[in-house]
Design a protein. Structure first.
Length: 399
């Protein structure tokens, strides 16, 4: 049984919702987020900016949180949010045109984690958890829901269709073309139906938001529950989480080929920017090195261990560490980029950084993620990316 509570929330003003709702997490990379936010003062991204996203010299954490709180107050003064009259569950739908998913939004009790009903699968960066926990303690608000997957039955799907049968509270399309609709569930019968449905859920899998969950568990990091959206597993779409590294020494393609030995096939596909290098299945990845694309195919023996057999583990343990000297997932020379339907944008991104090498992976499958979580194990950080991600600023809860 999972305990979920309705929310006393603020919802972005109907006339300004497209301006307020922030872009998908990590879609505006690095310090470009700061430039984007400053140019759009009504965007909720101004509230969620983290320390590393500010230009050098980066401000202290306390100054960043103070700025976020002040900006949020300014947004309230400009009446960019409408208080909801009563506690509600929400149904939040994201539609890209080719993929649609809808989930139930509510507050998931922290006891569900203690009881082993909310399972994570990725490692975390402690510095990021520290920053988030401090934000929660000082700002006392949340707007970025943790995304959870669950095995939905026919009754769950029927309920969600029923909840979305009326007129939505909000209906807008963000600049990236994703249509978003939000329905509020406030009637006693609807609230009871959602509570009943969630009590039948035995396990919730974190698909996005491991750091937010960890921060919520910290003393003073929340109200005893965390903001979450629960998606049926069969609606979730995974894409790759790619890597770019800038090693101290960039080996030549010949040196890489020699270092990999017989466990890998390394096939030259052609000049970067002129060829498609999308991996075609597990055990395969693309490498962008010195302006050329290579297909990397693992031919060695795969472990039976649910973590070690993952492509991301093969990359880190068999390539990044021994060949490029990047052993830690928190190495500042390593950064991450979500994959797309083509490796074209990724190839162009790598080309911007002289001396860098990029690796495009095949998406981690839901069944692989669940196997790791069920075993009580953790993948390396940034192993999964599910899209489209819920946005920030559409609804806000305070405590």
């Amino acid at each position: 049984m999972v305990s979920v509570v309705p929310l006393q929330a603020l919802v972005a003003n109907v006339d300004r919702v497209a301006d307020v709702v922030a872009p998908q997490a990590d879609s505006v990379p690095g310090r470009e987020s700061h430039r984007y936010a400053v140019a759009r003062p009504d965007s909720f991204l101004n509230v969620t900016l983290s320390v590393p996203e500010f230009p050098e010299p980066t401000p202290p954490r306390e100054a960043v949180v103070k700025r976020a709180v002040a900006h949020f107050r300014g947004m309230m003064d400009r009446e960019l949010f409408d208080p909801q009259p009563s506690p509600a569950f929400f149904l939040y739908e994201l539609d890209t045109g080719s993929h649609r998913q809808a989930g139930i939004v509510g507050g998931v009790s922290l006891t569900a984690i203690e009881e082993g009903r909310v399972l994570g699968h990725e490692g975390i960066f402690e510095s990021q958890v520290d920053d988030l926990a401090h934000f929660y303690r000082v700002a006392r608000l949340s707007s970025s829901p943790v995304a959870l997957g669950f095995e939905a039955d026919d009754d769950h799907h029927s309920l969600m269709r029923r909840l979305s049968s009326g007129a939505p509270l909000r209906d807008f399309t963000s600049p990236d073309g994703v249509r978003q609709r939000l329905w509020a569930v406030t009637e006693p019968s609807g609230l009871a139906a959602v509570r009943s449905a969630t009590t039948r859920v035995t396990t919730l899998y974190i698909t996005d938001g491991h750091h937010r969950v960890a921060a919520s568990l910290r003393r003073g990091g929340g109200p005893g529950w965390f903001l979450a959206i629960m998606f049926p597993n069969d609606q979730l779409k995974a894409v790759a989480y790619n890597r770019v590294v800038a090693p101290s020494h960039l080996p030549s393609p010949a040196e890489v080929r020699h270092a990999l030995g017989d466990d890998w096939d390394m096939i030259d596909l052609g000049p970067a920017g002129e060829v498609e290098a999308q991996p075609r299945g597990t055990g395969e990845m693309a490498m962008v090195l010195e302006g050329r694309c290579y297909r990397m195919v693992f031919r060695g023996r795969r472990s039976e261990d649910p973590v070690e057999r993952l492509d991301v583990s093969l990359l880190h343990h068999r390539i990044l560490g021994p060949v490029f000297g990047i052993w830690s997932h928190e190495d500042p020379r390593l950064w991450y980029m979500a994959g797309e339907s083509s490796t074209g944008p990724f190839q162009r991104h790598v080309a911007v950084y002289p001396g860098a090498v990029g690796f495009a992976l095949y998406p981690t499958r839901m069944v692989e993620m669940m196997a790791v979580a069920d075993a009580g194990r953790l993948m390396p950080p940034k192993s999964t990316w599910f899209t489209p991600k819920p946005r920030s600023g559409l609804f806000v809860v305070r405590w």
